[in-house]
Design a protein around this ligand. Structure first.
Ligand code: AMP
Length: 394
């Protein structure tokens, strides 16, 4: 028997409409080699219908058995401060999910929080409690050597990639921003402040421009409860220091931090550049923000409606008590747009239709299963193992 790499799996294109491997067109009658996790699409590059798993590559045994029993872990989708996010397939249904791996060791060394485990647990606790179409849903959690958080998959990537050095159409900004506001309104109603809203933490459901958006990454979030300040203020203020009384004036406005961030996101989406930055500015970034002096480029804003700019202005208000709340923003004239709301309802309807599909049985055969679980191979299994598991993508 030859060495393992003497066998090459390839795909030959006999289709009428074109076949793509990892976005590359194969070409009629031509071949392209397949490697582990290659994605095969038909007609157009993003109409992905198959994924190729090379069973000679043992990339599953690094994951805990409980996770492997339920999911096949595939390519990396992205990475954040605490670890990687992987694409995975649920064995029972063949549905795609995202698995966020929180590296316990690496995370323990980060300066993100005094007790990192608490931080992750808070994030998990928050995500489990929440149920909103514009907030990422948690499907499962595996607490092993690392944390494995199974999340619904967002195929459109980050909002960040759609706004970096380019602007969105105003109608698209409105559709996205409306959803962000609904999500943050829901969070605030449930006593949660996100505290890290930015285009990187807004994920899109598809590659299409008109899609659902969902807020993610609750690693910095806070659950509002009775604070020690509140308890202090229940007593007599006779001995209370002035700074405590002053801080009471702004207590209860903590959630306004999210509305400021939403204002910054809306500014970026509409104009394609950030309101506050170090680049080409006389003022320090800190002074720009604390004075609320955003970088206004008339030529760019000339293409944006007055109503949209008005909403930005009402969110980027330095005094948190004067700043628009999510309710006020949702009542703003710019968002009284029935066509946009119908579009959103249709997208929701489409998503619910897809998630309600009956499960497809995609259990690997016994021999394939044996290998996936990392058992010993039999003598002449080399070529047979090369045969891929073809998983139909949901
Ligand atoms: P995070 O650690 O949550 O910041 O995620 C890191 C990156 O992984 C994100 O910026 C996304 O590109 C990707 N990602 C995170 N969650 C998902 C998801 N649910 N679906 C698809 N990609 C994701």
């Amino acid at each position: 028997m030859g060495p393992k790499n003497s066998h090459i799996a390839y795909i030959e294109d006999h289709s009428g409409n074109g076949t793509f491997v990892n976005r590359v067109l194969v070409g009629k009658g031509r071949r392209l080699p397949l490697s582990n996790n290659s994605e095969i699409a038909l007609s157009i590059w993003n109409n992905k219908v198959f994924v190729f798993f090379d069973l000679t590559v043992d990339d599953q045994s690094v994951y805990p058995k409980e996770l492997r029993d339920q999911y096949i872990i595939s390519k990396t989708l992205g990475s954040g401060a605490c670890g990687e996010v992987k694409l995975a397939f649920e064995r029972k249904t063949c549905k795609k999910v995202a698995i966020k791996i929180i590296n316990k060791k690496k995370f323990a060394g980060s300066e993100r929080e005094v007790d990192p485990a608490l931080n992750v647990e808070t994030e998990i606790e928050i995500l489990k409690k929440l149920n909103h179409p514009c907030i990422i849903k948690i499907k499962d959690v595996f607490d092993a050597k690392d944390y494995y958080i199974v999340l619904e998959l967002m195929e459109g990537g980050e909002l960040f990639d759609r706004v970096v050095n380019k602007r969105l159409k105003e109608a698209t900004c409105k559709l996205y921003f409306y959803q962000m506001l609904l999500a943050v309104q829901y969070l605030h109603e449930n006593g949660i402040i996100h505290r890290d809203l930015k285009p990187e933490n807004v994920l899109l459901s598809s590659q299409k421009e008109e899609c659902l958006v969902k807020i993610t990454d609750f690693g910095q979030s806070k659950i509002l409860g009775e604070t020690s300040l509140m308890k202090t203020l229940c007593g007599t203020p006779t001995y209370l220091a002035p700074e405590v009384l002053v801080s009471f004036e702004t207590a209860g406005y903590n959630r306004a931090v999210d509305c400021w961030s939403l204002g910054v996101i809306l500014f970026i989406c509409l104009s394609g550049y950030p309101p506050f930055s170090d680049a080409k500015n006389q003022m320090s970034l800190k002074d720009q923000i604390t004075s609320g002096k955003y970088n206004f480029i008339p030529k760019i804003w000339a293409e944006v409606s007055e109503q949209a700019l008005d909403l930005v202005k009402k969110l980027l208000v330095v005094d948190p008590k004067e700043r628009f709340t999510t309710e006020e923003a949702l009542r703003h004239p710019w968002l009284q747009d029935e066509d946009m709301k119908i579009k959103f309802q249709n997208l929701l309807f489409e998503e619910n239709k897809l998630t309600a599909l009956p499960p497809v049985s995609a259990q690997p055969s016994t021999s394939q299963k044996r290998h996936l679980e990392g058992e010993e191979e039999d003598g002449n299994a080399d070529t047979t193992k090369r045969l891929a598991v073809w998983a139909a993508l949901s």
